[in-house]
Design a protein around this ligand. Sequence first.
Ligand code: PLP
Length: 379
Amino acid sequence: MSETNFNTKTVHFQTKEPSRNASKAKPIYQTSAFVFTDLDDMESFYEGEKEYLYSRYSNPNTDDLGKGIALLEDAEDGVATSSGMSAILAGILAVANQGDHIIASDDLYGGTYQLFAQELLNFGIDTSFVSFEKIENVKNAITEKTVLIYTESVTNPLLRVENLEQVINLAKEASIKTMIDNTFATPYLLQPTKIGADLVVHSATKYIGGHSDVTAGVLVGTQELIAIAKSKVITLGCNLSPFEAWLACRGLKTLSVRMERQSQNAQALADALSTHSGVARVYYPKFVSEKGNGAMVSIDLAENVNVETFFASLGWVKIAPTLAGVETTVSYPLRTSHRTIPEKLRSELGIGKQLVRISVGIEDEKDIIKAFTDAIEKA
Ligand SMILES: *Cc1c(COP(=O)(O)O)cnc(C)c1O
């Protein structure tokens, strides 16, 4: 470099990739592309000897996240994407084409509902929404065009636990693929691929990342379907940035300890609120897994509790339209995640004006309980 001039030096000052011992933390490959020494070297990418060419195709940090979740879910392969929504889209497009039909649960994350009800419909993919509480409803909705059954393992915000085995078995008999949104349960509690789900999707924005500092998604499943999904991610540009992938991977390392504490705290809060006169109903799963029942608790405040005053009286508990961080937060589904769900469907589902969704964090159990009982008493 010393023989070059200033402008060239400004661009090429960095030392070569180190051949010294590996760093303890994974480096961030914050690069849009990878370089080659000669044309034969570049050819080696196309022959499958070199892994990386261009970060929209793949990158060591995004691969870490996709393959890491695949490992935890016991799936053959995985791909990381720019958000939970793009992971869902990539998964659907790996299975469904124009003219195909999908059966989805009527109790879904608002954005997913909108994807099915509006965007996919525009592409000629039609979705029937049915209640998965009775397997008969799912069975009766199957047509010869049905290619996919889609549901969440633990639903949002009413925290119903789906009988996934029943759904997956029904789909297998009819040669239909299944895709499960496992965001609320996380692979710590449930691994739907182990019981035969073809695709499992996560909003890694939630428990995988765990610190509310990254928006990311992951799709895992069979080699065959993930290969198709990867090509969709590449062409549609749904790829995740290396830094976001790195952050999500850092969060993932503590998934077990976070979920353990958060589930314990959630169980304690659900128990405490279930006997409180200011709470009409507590929604908390009876059984998700031996390791716990998750960290989300929803409640219907009693009719005489003023919702506005309740939200304004929560002290250190922040109102946030997301979930799963290490901090306890609350949200109001009616005016956030479920705003776009038609009024009629919303009331049928039981998402009313007294419904509060609580994402329980890692704080001290007694402080969490006190924050909520104080707010209810004030309201
Ligand atoms: C948040 C969420 C999504 C969407 O994920 P983004 O990362 O916000 O795109 C999908 N499904 C569930 C259950 C979610 O909670």
